[in-house]
Design a protein. Structure first.
Length: 88
């Protein structure tokens, strides 16, 4: 399992790599995670990310909270937390 630029803990399927919303936005800006973005001239989360993150709430994914956790605790700590939550 991987942590994608949007903060979703998933296997990183081809769907993410085709994502023109977040995956390519982060890749084009040379960042690993959206919280690192300085391009939008506003504090994270930008409007694009907010709109992307909203539908994920119904699946129990708070992508903004995930980004904040990664920013404060690091990628490895987030991955460990998610592995514990999903039981893997």
């Amino acid at each position: 399992m991987k942590v994608m630029p949007c903060g979703i803990y998933c296997p990183g399927c081809k769907g993410c790599r085709k994502c023109k919303t977040i995956f390519h936005c982060a890749k084009d800006r040379g960042i690993n995670y959206c919280y690192e973005c300085k391009f939008s001239y506003v504090d994270f989360p930008c409007k694009r990310f907010q709109q992307f993150a909203e539908p994920w709430k119904k699946y129990g994914q708070d992508l903004i909270a995930n980004q904040q956790y990664i920013a404060q605790n690091g990628h490895d700590a987030f991955k460990k937390k998610m592995m514990k939550e999903v039981g893997k």
